[in-house]
Design a protein. Structure first.
Length: 410
């Protein structure tokens, strides 16, 4: 049974790697086309229907690109579609959500001091929120409010703040931030799958049939693309945040999330304005810096981290690790080799917060992180870093025996 933990860890690594690769492809192509679109220049002699053109140089060659707002007079022989980058990113991200957060719901998803629910209930709330997010967003875009692009974005920002607060009332701080990223990324990918690509297919079908395409489809797709543009950077922040407890595990984490969305707007505004050759609004970097300083202040002013508190009662799975005959010996190893850093008040010089907010001081905390201890300090030498606390080979074997016999006895 313990082989399952090793296989699951490698599965998590493989899916995470795939997700990063596809995300790079999607974000890279998205940012490129945004910069290209904003940099188009109107020049005399453009073909009928062409909005602008751009000359670029890369890889030893020159590229001459022209854009048609609606469509060219006839279909080209070859047409490249940019869609699978988005689809693969969302699918791999959802797979990673299943592997890490659904598969490890008791540890990563549920905080019983926040909301005492069963894993299936937490997973149901997670899935439901992603579906609800897209439905609500799509209805807002198609409502009269959707005709006012900036008014719609302000309203959507308020929705995202509400979701940030709501997630922190249901899940662990780590899972709340991850879900806020998944909530936003689902909207972005669904924009491509449900709106942008279908609209482009309608235009292509009209061209093939000899009909004049309706320009409204391009306008609608452009609005959704604009939303994706401003949401990309916050999504990246939330996906990386699980490594930084000062972001997700503090009292004001939902306010931090709200400010992150604003930083995404200020950063993208600078790039968008610069690519459009409308100047360089350097004030946006000052605003971004001030927002980030405010985030740092919000994370450090509260003295007590409030994410992922120890559960009042051990789960049956955790109890099996405590009841194991090797537990006392394993606990001695952890407390002598790990707890100087993994504590509410670390004593190791230079460390002010437990790494990744993992505390290993009580029986419950050690049992809750048994799998991570097994993989990082038993089966591998990842912990302690550089073996700085000089854990011995015999002690590592003890951690392995504790975990494996606990799993086999269940």
């Amino acid at each position: 049974m313990y082989e399952y933990a090793i296989a699951w860890e490698w599965l998590s690594f493989a899916v995470r790697w795939l997700h990063v690769i596809t995300a790079i492809a999607w974000i890279g192509s998205s940012f490129y086309f945004i910069a290209l679109d904003l940099g188009l220049v109107k020049r005399p002699g453009l073909p009928v229907g062409a909005y602008g053109e751009e000359w670029q140089v890369h890889g030893g060659g020159f590229y001459h690109i022209q854009k048609y707002l609606v469509a060219p007079a006839s279909m080209p022989e070859h047409l490249t579609w940019f869609k699978w980058e988005s689809y693969a990113t969302w699918l791999s991200g959802f797979a990673l959500l299943c592997v890490v957060y659904y598969g490890g719901a008791d540890l990563f998803l549920i905080d019983r001091s926040v909301l005492d629910i069963a894993p299936w209930q937490a997973i149901g709330l997670s899935l439901g929120s992603l579906v609800l997010g897209w439905v609500l967003y799509d209805l807002l875009c198609k409502s009269p409010l959707g005709r006012n692009t900036w008014g719609l974005m302000v309203f959507l920002y308020l929705v995202l703040i509400a979701m940030a607060w709501g997630y922190t009332q249901i899940f662990t701080g780590r899972a709340a931030f991850l879900h806020l990223g998944a909530f936003t990324a689902t909207i972005m990918s669904a924009n491509v799958f449900m709106i942008i690509i279908p609209n482009q297919k309608i235009v292509v079908a009209d061209l093939i049939a000899g009909r004049t395409p309706d320009p409204k489809y391009g306008v609608i797709a452009k609005q959704r693309s604009l939303h994706n543009n401003y949401l990309t950077l916050p999504v990246i922040f939330f996906m990386l945040s699980n490594h930084y407890p000062l972001a997700f595990a503090t009292e004001f984490n939902w306010i931090i999330a709200a400010l992150v969305f604003l930083m995404g707007v200020t950063i993208r505004h600078w790039f968008n304005t610069t690519h459009a050759r409308n100047g360089e609004p350097t004030w946006t970097w000052l605003v971004t810096l001030l927002l980030f300083i405010l985030i740092m202040w919000l994370s450090t002013v509260p003295k007590v981290l409030t994410g992922e508190n120890e559960q009042a009662a051990l789960s049956q799975r955790q109890q099996s690790f405590v009841d194991n005959a090797h537990f006392e010996a394993a606990r001695d190893v952890v407390q002598s080799r790990c707890s100087m850093c993994h504590a509410a008040e670390p004593v190791w010089e230079g460390i002010t917060r437990a790494p990744k907010d993992v505390k290993l001081e009580t029986d419950g905390e050690i049992a809750a992180h048994a799998r991570e201890i097994y993989l990082q300090a038993g089966r591998s030498h990842a912990m302690p870093p550089g073996n700085i606390t000089e854990i011995s080979a015999e002690e590592r074997k003890m951690l392995v025996a504790w975990f494996e016999t606990s799993v086999e006895s269940r």
